[in-house]
Design a protein around this ligand. Structure first.
Ligand SMILES: Nc1ncnc2c1ncn2[C@@H]1O[C@H](COP(=O)(O)OP(=O)(O)OP(=O)(O)O)[C@@H](O)[C@H]1O
Length: 419
């Protein structure tokens, strides 16, 4: 939609930054959220106009590839586990992204809708506002919670949003478009942890950090970026209780295809063999109980339990998954099983409650078999897509704070108007 009045929609995640224009179906670009000292972040030397690049461009070198013990790297990831680590670094990243993706002309001088993590603080919001208004000269700004936006992308305003990205996961109840902050829970296990676990298993099985080489694997270490690519192609989530023939059926067509072809070809032509254990075990980190803290499904059940009973009915009726890690084949099925087991002893909340009322059954979106119209693969970019929808509504101006208002009232104006 080529529209003079459209806004820039910006979603800066731990792993990737999604940027594009309101009203579009997908981001213009998806770039790694990294400042690389040696090479340009993006491969775009000149900036073609928006009309020339209508497709979503993905240029992803994952945050997953940030090795926990690699202090020597000069790459800087300003957002880690969903939280900004340094405003100065974030400013550098955003200057790079705006320059390479939008150019320095009028395209970059539009109102901005910036997504914010469910666990952000007022202080961080104020810092981000200063960065956008003063560093990037945005004429107007609106800040929206990723959970509310993901829910809009799924066509709802009430529900429990379960986000699982690269660095962090959240379970956030949303009512009438507003995230209920008191019941939002965060889990420190996400896509990067799955990648690291896969790297560990490959190392154990092949004797190197990944074990590449032709045949059964050689000694050259695999970069975590390659391991991430293997994960995205070949890993899946088993149903609760593990494998078995019925389970294999349940993991879906994509996973079955991956399971049949357990070889991954590297760019140099060598082959990495992926065992069944390597394909299925890494994703277990998302569901396991660690140090007495439950996984994602336990957090989701706890978040529902922290809300009023009337709200809980709506939450059970729409548990919306979003974020790249939920794209793992079998994730939706396993999550639904785990959540059902965690709520009301397996009834999913449909059993009669103490007051005799039958609660609404648990509905996880997207459903593994009954595909949600318009919300399946989109969940990878759900927060950005929701932002694109919100920023194209005529009421969007009610959420915006202009530069003048910001100069007069400071960040307080944003706290009052953010979603
Ligand atoms: N098809 C796929 N299968 C499995 N994992 C995937 C797939 N596509 C992306 N991922 C994983 O999703 C993660 C990125 O998800 P997303 O873009 O939602 O996170 P982010 O916004 O960068 O980070 P965060 O939300 O944690 O701040 C990465 O770990 C990536 O490997």
């Amino acid at each position: 939609m080529e529209d003079e009045g459209c806004s820039i929609v910006l979603d800066v995640g731990s792993g990737s930054t999604k940027i594009g224009y309101s009203g579009d179906d997908l981001p213009l670009s998806v770039l790694p959220s990294v400042i690389v000292s040696a090479a340009p972040v993006s491969d775009s030397r000149d900036t073609p106009s928006r009309a020339q690049r209508p497709e979503c461009r993905e240029c992803y070198r994952g945050y997953d590839s940030l090795h926990p013990e690699d202090h020597a790297t000069r790459d800087i990831w300003p957002v880690q586990k969903g939280q900004c680590q340094s405003t100065a670094d974030l400013e550098t990243l955003l200057h790079n992204v705006f320059r390479t993706e939008l150019g320095s002309g009028a395209e970059a001088q539009r109102p901005v809708l910036l997504t914010e993590s469910p666990s952000t603080t007022r202080a961080r919001r104020a810092e981000a506002a200063e960065l956008l208004f003063e560093g990037l000269k945005a004429p107007a700004l609106s800040m929206c919670n990723t959970a509310s936006l993901s829910l809009f992308a799924a066509g709802r305003t009430r529900g429990l949003v379960v986000e699982c990205g690269a660095g962090a996961a959240h379970a956030v109840p949303v009512f009438e478009g507003y995230a209920l902050a008191h019941a939002a829970l965060r889990v420190d296990a996400a896509g990067r942890d799955v990648t690291l676990r896969l790297a560990q298993l490959l190392q154990q099985q092949h004797g190197s950090s990944g074990g590449s080489g032709s045949g059964s694997g050689g000694s050259a270490p695999l970069s975590l970026d390659v391991v991430r690519a293997i994960k995205e192609r070949m890993c899946h989530v088993l149903p609760r209780g593990g494998g078995g023939a019925a389970a294999e059926e349940d993991i879906g067509a994509a996973a079955a295809a991956a399971a049949a072809d357990m070889k991954y070809e590297l760019p140099d032509g060598s082959i990495v063999r992926i065992s069944g254990e390597c394909a299925a075990e890494p994703a277990e980190v998302l569901f396991e109980n660690k140090h007495g803290r439950g996984g994602l499904a336990s957090a989701a059940a706890a978040a529902i339990a922290m809300c009023d009973e009337q709200v809980r009915t709506d939450l059970r009726g729409a548990v919306v998954l979003s974020g790249g890690t939920t794209m793992l084949p079998g994730f939706c099925e396993r999550f639904a099983q785990e959540l059902e087991a965690a709520i009301d002893g397996g009834s999913g909340g449909a059993a009669p409650a103490a007051d005799g009322l039958v609660r609404r059954p648990l509905t996880v979106v997207p459903h593994a078999r009954a595909r949600e119209p318009g919300y399946t693969a989109q969940r990878k970019y759900a927060a950005w897509i929701g932002g694109s929808i919100v920023a194209s509504l005529s009421t969007f101006r009610l959420l915006q704070v202009s530069r003048q208002e910001y100069e007069d009232a400071g960040a307080g104006a944003l706290h009052r108007r953010c979603l």
